[in-house]
Design a protein around this ligand. Structure first.
Ligand code: NAI
Ligand code: OAA
Length: 316
């Protein structure tokens, strides 16, 4: 990893700028560079965020640029560039447009920040992570998709809401792809150590699982565009774990090479994050039902990858 703590964010929209704001407020890194396609967007937001964080004593230097050369020596590059969905759309509807954008960006990263760890955020998250991985031909530990932390935090919120207590004490776990077939794991969720099944009925847990699966769409329906505070917070958690080499476990999207019985596909699984990106993939023992749900999630992502292949996205 390059010396220092420099994070570049490609796409200074809602998610990208909120990541920048939150990183600078928390003083998590020394330098942030934002790049956006639309002239002035990154520049204006960099000024605004600097002027917000300066009174907080933040040492983080925030710069905007339209030149990829500015990302040189980044420790981490976050890709949030691309279209968000609108009400009535699925994340999968963004596949071709965001895959093309990601490909162009990764080609720049290979030139200007070849050693950086890449965190993908753009949707559909698992397929976009696969695109970044393949186009960049990265070792798999260096490309990590953000989704599982967000989905888990949604499940935690829905659990606290249903219980009416335990706010801030819930630990929930969601693996699988970032789509309607994600795999919330009530068996691995608890409230300050108390198992969920001892606090809620089967029906109540099923309701929480459904709400978690559609948590993103719920916000899109409310706002006309997608969420950004919780997605930015989840991304910042990943960045901080990598920069501090904390070896924390988080659910993240990664290329599977035999884990859980799958190869050459991306899906969300628990990983250990440290200075090398993914330090380890954790293989949870899944029961039959969880395995079936995970298989469905893999099939959904594979269908998107097939669409990319049919469209000759990776050549030939
Ligand atoms: N993985 C996850 O859990 C989440 C993923 N997302 C996804 O993140 C992406 C960004 O969402 P928002 O920030 O809300 O959208 P936004 O529209 O606010 O921002 C996207 C930005 O990307 C820029 N952009 C587009 N093409 C570019 C290029 N080639 N180079 C540089 N910049 C480019 C646009 O000008 C825009 O400013 C969407 O695809 C959305 O679906 C959003 C929330 C959660
Ligand atoms: O729902 C969307 O389109 C954005 C996203 O991935 C999320 O908030 O989970």
């Amino acid at each position: 990893m390059a010396q220092g703590k420099k994070v570049s964010i490609i796409g200074a929209g809602n998610v990208g700028a909120t990541i920048c704001y939150w990183l600078a407020m928390r003083k998590s890194c020394r330098e942030i560079v934002m790049i956006d396609l639309i002239e002035g967007v990154a520049q204006g937001k960099a000024l605004d965020i600097s002027q917000a964080t300066s009174p907080e004593g933040s040492h983080t230097q925030i710069r905007a640029s339209s030149e990829y050369a500015s990302i040189e020596n980044s420790d981490i590059v976050v890709i949030t560039a691309g279209s968000p969905r609108k009400p009535g759309m699925s994340r999968d509807d963004l596949l071709l447009i965001n895959a093309k954008i990601t490909k162009g960006i990764v080609e720049q990263l290979k030139t200007y920040a070849p050693e950086a760890i890449v965190i993908t955020v753009s949707n559909p998250l698992d397929a976009i992570t696969y695109v970044a991985q393949k186009v960049g031909n990265y070792p798999r530990n260096r490309v990590i998709g953000m989704a599982g932390i967000l989905d888990s935090s949604r499940m935690e919120t829905f659990i606290s809401e249903k219980l009416g207590f335990g706010y801030g004490q819930v630990t929930a776990s969601v693996m699988g792809g970032h789509g309607d077939d994600m795999v919330p794991l009530p068996r691995y969720s608890s409230v300050n150590g108390v198992a969920l099944k001892d606090l809620l009925s089967h029906g109540e847990i099923a309701e929480i699982i459904e709400k978690t699966r559609h948590g993103g769409a719920q916000i899109v329906r409310c706002m006309g565009t997608s969420a950004y505070y919780a997605p930015a917070n989840a991304t910042v958690k990943m960045i901080e774990a990598i920069l501090s080499d904390s070896h924390s476990i988080f659910p993240c999207a990664t290329l599977l090479e035999g884990e859980y019985g799958y190869c050459d596909t991306v899906n969300g699984v628990p990983v250990v994050l440290g200075k090398n990106g993914i330090e380890k993939i954790v293989e949870l023992p899944l029961n039959e039902d969880e395995q079936a749900q995970f298989a469905k999630s893999i099939a959904s992502v594979d269908a998107l990858l097939e669409t990319l292949h049919v469209n000759h996205f990776f050549g030939t």
